[in-house]
Design a protein around this ligand. Structure first.
Ligand SMILES: Cc1cc2nc3c(=O)[nH]c(=O)nc-3n(C[C@H](O)[C@H](O)[C@H](O)COP(=O)(O)OP(=O)(O)OC[C@H]3O[C@@H](n4cnc5c(N)ncnc54)[C@H](O)[C@@H]3O)c2cc1C
Length: 533
């Protein structure tokens, strides 16, 4: 059942306060995990979500996603001003609603590259994360609505289909991408995610024009189950410990504090910004940072909040030609390539949409006409950011450094990515859709650098802030997602990914939720309980 937080505040008996599992957050990973745990009929699951319900039309219609940004559906984080970005403090949105990011995102489904998963398996020292294992898992996650492909599953929980009613502009971009050297694949998540580069019609989680969020696909069908309790509009503030054992969570509702107790595990699925925040508020993190704030240490794990990884995003814009452009603010195609041949997987990608997409700073400089189109480029860089508490109160803002362009070579990578995008956009195949090249165009190196420093934003793929690994000095959770040094506590969301995947992160977060449920259920059956670890 879904309960409002006020119903719990009224309960003074304590009877409704104890559960087997407490899943914190209903985003891409949390919705998956809670639903899979509830399949074991006798386990009592409590799911806690800071946001409200997902009934808004801004959510149901995936074409309205840009209108969710800056509203109450968005956490509205803002990163620190960065010298690498000409002093700009970029908005750093994440979903705050049932479904988390999957309720406000662009609905693109991107599995992650073979090399990403093999990298995760090696870093986590756990073969369940390997590509072979995850490819099989995806077979049972996806309900693929496209042409048969032996790599795609038909009977899974997530409806995934190739973008339909392809606009002539999208077909022209694919032709241009092929002319620029990217091989074309029959779909975006089969063999293309094993290749060095490619282009394809993209996959999306949209059915009959409606968003199929991970919450709607996984958790919503189970909300009336007797063993499932979902509470909305409630903020998890701290994990409760008995010694080094997590025994529940403390929450804040309308300024009042409420506790819930877990007989088995507490699992944090609050996303890559708020999961490390709650860990740090609970005394799990770098002692040098937490002790001066007066926080009692539970486990010294310096990697908490460290290693924030994401894709940078920028637009390359052309003026419209004689042919009509699409109006929907979502691409129908995807292009992937490497900026350095030596990389193990494509680190750059581009989507194509009608309308100009530039930061306000670049829009002021380039004055794009309304009638324009954009190749929206994403790049995985080497730079990593970090998160720090600015106080112990849950309402004070976090200190967020993105790390964008923070490593030598990062600027060269975005320059190379911009050049490849320009090559695609200037191909003859797009001539009928193109009048002039607007931004960046052919600029001298110093001006191109300024365009990029003024133009980079986030692709909203925040990851890596509680990464998996075997060494507690350099990671936060082990390969089975157990927080190092404590009992009864796991993390399952984009925080655990040792690096951001190639492409978007919703599908990888579903994998995180699926594997977390497997680990928890297997460990509980095998009696790997709190005391044994
Ligand atoms: C604007 C935007 C566009 C995107 N586009 C795409 C796309 O097209 N395709 C794609 O694959 N990915 C996309 N992404 C990224 C993708 O949605 C996320 O990577 C993914 O949802 C992350 O999953 P998660 O489970 O780690 O966290 P989230 O989905 O962010 O879920 C975390 C949940 O925890 C809740 N929460 C946080 N703190 C607390 C607290 N203290 N107490 C209680 N609850 C709390 C949040 O409200 C949220 O519901 C986009 C993201 C955004 C923001």
């Amino acid at each position: 059942m879904i309960k409002s937080s006020s119903e719990f505040l009224l309960d003074r008996t304590g009877a409704a306060n104890s559960f087997d599992y407490i899943v914190c957050g209903t985003g891409s990973s949390g919705s998956t995990l809670a639903a899979k745990l509830s399949e074991r009929g006798n386990a009592r699951i409590l799911v806690l979500e800071a946001g409200g319900d997902d009934g808004s039309d801004l959510i149901g219609d995936p074409n309205r996603w840009p209108m969710t940004l800056g509203t109450e559906l968005d956490w509205q984080f803002v990163a620190e001003p960065s010298a690498h970005l000409e002093g700009r403090a970029i908005p750093y949105s994440m979903g705050k609603v049932l479904g988390g990011g999957s309720s406000i995102n662009v609905s693109t489904w991107s599995r992650g590259h073979k090399a990403d998963w093999d990298y995760f398996a090696a870093a986590a020292e756990e073969t369940a994360w390997s590509y072979d294992s995850v490819r099989e898992l995806y077979g049972s996650v996806e309900a693929w609505g496209g042409e048969p492909d032996q790599l795609r599953g038909r009977r899974g929980t997530m409806h995934v289909q190739p973008a339909g009613n392809l606009h002539p502009f999208s077909l022209a971009v694919l032709e241009a991408a092929e002319a620029a050297g990217l091989p074309r694949f029959p779909n975006a998540n089969g063999r293309m995610m094993e290749a060095a580069q490619g282009c394809s019609v993209l996959d999306e989680t949209v059915l009959g024009g409606c968003r199929q969020s991970v919450y709607r696909a996984y958790l919503h069908p189970r909300q009336s189950q007797a063993n499932m309790t979902i509470v909305t509009n409630i903020m998890v503030s701290r994990i409760l410990f008995e010694g080094r054992r997590a025994i529940g969570v403390e929450c804040v509702v309308n300024g009042r504090v409420k506790e819930f107790h877990a007989e088995a595990d507490v699992i944090l699925c609050l996303g890559a910004i708020n999961t490390p925040r709650v860990l740090m508020q609970s005394g799990i993190g770098d002692a040098d940072h937490l002790r001066p704030l007066g926080i009692r240490m539970i486990s010294h794990l310096p990697a908490v909040g460290d290693g924030l990884h994401d894709h940078v995003c920028f637009g390359c814009v052309w003026g419209a030609g004689v042919e009509k452009l699409p109006v929907a603010p979502r691409s129908q195609i995807a292009c992937f390539w490497k900026t350095d041949e030596g990389l193990d997987s494509p680190n750059a990608y581009a989507y194509a949409k009608g309308g100009p997409t530039l930061t306000p700073e670049n829009a002021a400089r380039f004055s794009p006409p309304e009638s324009a189109w954009t190749l929206v480029v994403g790049v995985r860089l080497e730079g990593r950011g970090k998160l720090r508490l600015t106080g112990t109160d849950v309402s004070v803002p976090l200190h967020i450094e993105t790390g964008f362009l923070g490593e030598p070579g990062d600027l060269a990578r975005v320059v190379t990515a911009a050049e490849r995008a320009r090559d695609i956009g200037n191909q003859p195949a797009l001539a009928a859709f193109r009048s002039t090249e607007i931004a960046p165009g052919s600029l001298p190196p110093s001006e191109l650098e300024a365009f990029l420093r003024r133009g980079l934003g986030t692709f909203w793929h925040q990851s890596g802030t509680a990464r998996m690994g075997g060494d507690p000095a350099n990671s936060v959770v082990d390969g089975r997602l157990r927080v190092h040094g404590v009992d009864g506590l796991r993390v399952a969301d984009a925080s655990v990914l040792p690096r951001v995947t190639s492409g978007n992160t919703m599908a990888p977060c579903v994998v995180v939720g699926e594997l977390a449920a497997k680990f928890i259920l297997v460990d509980s059956l095998e009696g790997v309980g709190r005391a044994e670890r």
